[in-house]
Design a binder for this molecule. Structure first.
Ligand code: TUI
Length: 306
């Protein structure tokens, strides 16, 4: 369907997933995805052009629907002939027809069966069912419960995301009914991933309980690595602080993590699988390791077949 060699998507991580990371993943046979995040049209257009120079393989664009530039970027995707769009953090319905008419494959991230059905009704090519083990903005359900329910609810290919970082998670995703997986956190360790070295170090050092969720009060829960920023935010989240002041506490903190590596003040988005990410590797090595480990796990599971 997508012209990729391996069923592995790289998550559309805001501020992080640029042309270099996306092209490296696509060149390794997966689906690399440029993240628009909150960036403006000029940046996104530039990244798409750059990715086209770096790879001849298909790659995608992730549009974060809460972005003030979402309308502009929705159009840029059409103008630049992007082959695949994934969306996050909202309802993509209003853009769907325009994208489909342009021949773009549209794959929304859905946090529930309700949104999966909505995506299917509006013509989505596939859906990414993302559980709350993920880093960044998350829904209420976890991957283990979400993926099979989405598979039952829609007659579309389902890509599983959230908590998957190795071949075991990938094999488990297939068992749940998914046809592919999307990984974000594991790709943070890639040589081709342009994050501050302090970010990379934090991910490599993280254990199973190193992440926490903040932001529920404002309606957009976000998983990040526990640090001074997330602890301080959590401390005031349910006090009498105003919504505006709470919002202001988090403004620009992802940039501070990714660009400046501000260990105390930055917001280091990462998923619960960070504890499984233990070494720096190339995207090629990550995808080869995933595929080999997945195959090994599937063979091991054959012992259950009579
Ligand atoms: O979008 C993500 N992960 C993200 S977006 C992001 S930037 C951000 N930062 C702070 C607050 C909000 C966004 C960082 N990480 N993953 C895909 C995803 N989509 N997870 C959950 C959803 C989702 C949530 C609600 C999809 C649809 C939805 O619909 C709600 C509505 O009312 O339309």
């Amino acid at each position: 369907m997508l012209g990729i060699e391996y069923p592995v998507f790289q998550g559309g991580m805001a501020w992080i997933a640029d042309a270099q990371l996306a092209a490296a993943v696509s060149n390794a046979g997966g689906l690399g995805i440029i993240a628009a995040g909150n960036a403006d049209g000029t940046y996104v257009r530039e990244q798409i052009k750059k990715a086209k120079e770096l790879t001849s393989k298909p790659f995608g664009l992730n549009i974060m629907l809460l972005s003030p530039f979402a309308d502009e970027i929705a159009q840029i995707a059409v103008d630049e002939g992007v082959e695949v769009i994934t969306t996050g953090a909202g309802n993509a319905t209003k853009y769907m027809q325009m994208w489909l008419d342009a021949g773009i494959k549209v794959i929304p991230v859905v946090p529930s069966v309700t949104f999966a059905k909505l995506a299917a009704r509006s013509g989505a090519t596939a859906v990414i069912a993302e559980g709350g083990e993920s880093g960044g903005h998350i829904g209420e359900l976890n991957t283990m419960a979400l993926v099979p329910q989405v598979c039952d609810a829609v007659d579309l290919p389902v890509i599983a995301a959230g908590g998957i970082a190795d071949g075991r998670g990938m094999a488990a995703a297939f068992a749940l009914g998914a046809e592919a997986v999307q990984l974000g956190t594991r790709f943070l360790s890639a040589y081709e991933c342009n994050i501050h070295e302090n970010y990379k170090k934090k991910v490599l050092k993280a254990g199973d309980t190193s992440t926490m969720v903040t932001g529920r009060r404002l309606g957009h829960p976000v998983r990040s690595i526990r640090n001074a920023f997330s602890r301080d935010y959590a401390k005031v989240e349910y006090t009498d602080i105003s919504d505006d002041d709470l919002e202001a506490l988090a403004a620009g903190k992802l940039r501070d993590a990714v660009v400046d590596g501000d260990e105390k003040g930055g917001c280091f988005l990462a998923g619960q699988s960070a504890g499984l990410v233990t070494k720096e590797e190339s995207c090629e090595e990550i995808i080869q390791d995933l595929m080999q480990d997945c195959e090994k796990q599937l063979r091991r599971l054959e012992e259950w077949v009579k």
